[in-house]
Design a protein around this ligand. Structure first.
Ligand SMILES: *Cc1c(COP(=O)(O)O)cnc(C)c1O
Length: 669
């Protein structure tokens, strides 16, 4: 085995009283951001506080910010997608090794042959890397559309490697598949609907080679989690058992029982519970056994995708955790199949899985610069209102003093109603200040002081609430303070381009700072993106804290960049972006580990970000036309004497220069 042993899930840490910040260690940072849980052994924090990646514990780690710095020297700036090609390879190896181990230990009588479903990440280089890493294991591909078929077919160099064609297929696709079979390619159309079977039979009629096909079965087992609809009676695809019986009759009358070579099911992505996997495999195994007894030529059983990845890594009830490891998944498939086949006395079929997410998720990450923060400013602790200050300032200061004073009569804490009253008073006075300002009675400086006083009062009340967590019920108004007091970190990315599943299905992704992890994070922030959409924010985070509505971060020092890493981007996310708000693909660098190189790696490929011109072309705006329009606008201004010709030329140049730029912000610190 070349890949690192898989990390076992560890129980979620109980939120405990925090040890003092002086005892902060990089191990505590790893715990806080749950790196070991989602990182699968690939990620860790270096002693210098920088996040690093390696494919095995004895490999030398690559500091992610080294890659960012080198990309910068080559003129590529973050936001930046980094693909760790070695991680992709390692995942392919781990999957195949896990099945090989299960097959060996179970004494299973056939092999495992995985296929990679390219819809998970169709990027040419990803597909090529998976194929290359999977070659020793006889790995093949899976496609689900015409475009994917065209892309995948050209990559089937090895005749033995399988191409499984799922999804709805038209006559031209089926003809192509049959032709490929005729030249000896192992391309298997999987019948999704009964009428596809009829079409396939009629197209094959007259050909000298008997068609080979698979069938997708609509199981009564259904998946769980956010993608539950893919299996069971409600699923979009699959042939029911009565339809399967009709198919068998048709094949029998055409003397083509050996044409049906593969059985397939797919329960949906991210199967949370291993029991569902076992149940599905047993169900298909019984169908397989009965078909063998009826003389059909089934040789492959394909258990589809769904092998889960731990994104949120918590065992909380609002999350759908994956309750098994890669090895347990492989064991479940192999042992369940063996058990049923042995009981029925039929030969063990070759096992196929279409694990996509589990292969690609870990290998890519997004580096996102923080552009700035918005904090709730508090008042200077030494502040005292003077005779020139407005009454409303004096009143707010009075409330602040109350929240600072010791509780009356030796009680340790204040009554909740006292806190609530202070909050109401503060809110009222702040409202007064706003009204006075609107009417012109309060200068800007006084309004700023009023806001600072207000936030300081809120902060004090919030601090006092902390002492009594769990002891008394907290009124909703005061509970809401928690969120109001969070910082906002403005980040150079788009939720819709880069973490679409977060917005659409609430999928959490691990996010954490890439540096300063040897310092305790002293701020609590929510991340907001560049889009003008109010949904353009991250609303829950991966951490070991009980409250995951914010990300623990470091205060910005304004002098250096502060970079955040978004992880497990490789499955579905980094190819799914839809140019929301016309943000394009971010730039990419592809990294290979190499101990001979200075920092333990080299950059093999740099792909620039989509340019403005490219995203505009997608929505039918073209530079010539835009330039002509802009020219016209500028000429009219020159004619009208609003600007001089050189200024007009300069403006046009500035405008045209943007076409070749990335769609993201260029930050020059
Ligand atoms: C999407 C899909 C897959 C991949 O599923 P993962 O959960 O990513 O492993 C496999 N097979 C079919 C038919 C699919 O639709």
């Amino acid at each position: 085995m070349t890949a690192a042993p898989q990390s076992r899930p560890e129980p979620a840490a109980e939120p405990q009283a925090e040890p003092p910040a002086s005892e902060w260690t990089v191990e505590r940072a790893e715990e806080l951001y749950r790196v070991r849980r989602w990182g699968d052994g690939f990620f860790h924090v270096n002693p210098d506080g920088r996040l690093a990646v390696r494919t095995s514990p004895d490999a030398s780690p690559i500091a992610i910010l080294d890659v960012v710095a080198e990309a910068r020297r080559r003129g590529i700036r973050a936001p930046l997608l980094i693909r760790f090609q070695d991680v992709l390879r390692a995942r392919v190896q781990r999957l195949n090794d896990a099945f090989a181990t299960a097959v060996e230990q179970a004494g299973y009588g056939a092999v495992y042959r995985g296929v990679y479903p390219i819809k998970v990440n169709q990027l040419h280089e990803v597909v090529e890397e998976v194929l290359e890493a999977g070659r020793p294991y006889g790995m093949g591909l899976e496609c689900g559309s015409k475009g994917e078929l065209i892309a995948a077919l050209a990559h089937l160099e090895d005749d033995a490697a399988q191409l499984i064609c799922n999804g709805v297929k038209d006559a031209s696709m089926l003809r192509l598949i049959l032709s490929a079979q005729r030249i000896g390619k192992n391309v298997i159309p999987v019948v999704e609907k009964f009428n596809e079977f009829e079409l396939l039979m009629s197209l094959a009629n007259g050909g000298e080679v008997r068609p080979r096909m698979g069938v997708r079965i609509r199981l009564s087992t259904s998946g769980s989690g956010r993608w539950a609809e893919s299996g069971g009676d409600r699923s979009k695809f699959g042939v029911s058992i009565p339809e399967l019986m009709n198919m068998i009759e048709r094949l029998r009358s055409a003397s083509a029982l050996d044409s049906l070579v593969l059985l397939h099911f797919h329960l949906g992505s991210q199967i949370a519970d291993i029991q569902i996997v076992k149940q599905g495999v047993k169900e298909i195994a019984h169908i397989y056994a009965q078909l063998i007894e009826r003389g059909l030529g089934v040789r492959w059983v394909d258990v589809g995708g769904g092998l889960g990845v731990n994104y949120e890594s918590n065992y909380s009830d609002d999350d759908t955790p994956i309750n098994y490891t890669l090895q347990e998944y492989a064991n479940a498939v192999v042992y369940a199949m063996k058990e049923v086949c042995d009981a029925e006395g039929v030969p063990h079929p070759t096992l196929v899985s279409e694990s996509g997410r589990a292969i690609t998720a870990h290998h890519s990450m997004l580096v996102v610069p923080v552009l700035g923060s918005y904090r709730k400013d508090s008042i200077d602790p030494e502040f005292k209102p003077g005779p020139d200050d407005h009454t409303v300032i004096h009143e707010l200061f009075g409330v602040l003093k109350e929240t600072r004073a010791k509780p009356k009569k030796k009680r340790k804490t204040r009554w909740m109603w006292e806190l609530l009253e202070a909050f109401h008073d503060a809110a009222e006075k702040r409202g007064d200040a706003d009204k006075l300002f609107a009417l012109g009675y309060l200068p800007l400086e006084q309004k700023a002081t009023a806001e600072r006083l207000y936030w300081s009062i809120c902060q004090n009340i919030h601090d006092m609430l902390k002492d009594r967590e769990g002891k008394t019920e907290v009124p909703p108004e005061l509970l809401a303070l928690d969120e109001h007091l969070l910082d906002q970190y403005l980040c150079d990315f788009s939720v819709f381009q880069s973490i679409l599943d977060h917005w659409s299905i609430g999928q959490g992704f691990p996010i954490m700072p890439l540096e300063r992890l040897n310092e305790p994070p002293d701020r609590r922030a929510t991340l907001v993106d560049l889009t003008c959409d109010s949904d353009g924010k991250v609303d829950h985070y991966v951490s070991n804290l009980a409250d995951r509505s914010f990300l623990p971060v470091h205060g910005l020092n304004g002098k250096t960049h502060y970079y955040l890493g978004f992880f497990l981007m490789g499955a579905y996310q980094d190819i799914m972006g839809d140019s929301h708000n016309l943000f394009g693909r971010v730039a990419e660098v592809h990294v290979y580990a190499d101990a001979e190189e200075a920092n333990g790696y080299y950059i093999e490929k740099v792909i620039p970000a989509t340019t403005v011109e490219q995203v505009l072309a997608e929505v039918q705006y073209f530079p010539n036309d835009l330039q002509r329009r802009m020219n016209e606008i500028i000429r009219r201004k020159i004619d009208a004497g609003v600007i001089r010709p050189p200024a007009g030329v300069q403006l046009l140049e500035e405008y045209m220069r943007c076409f070749n730029e990335s769609t993201y912000i260029e930050q020059d610190v």
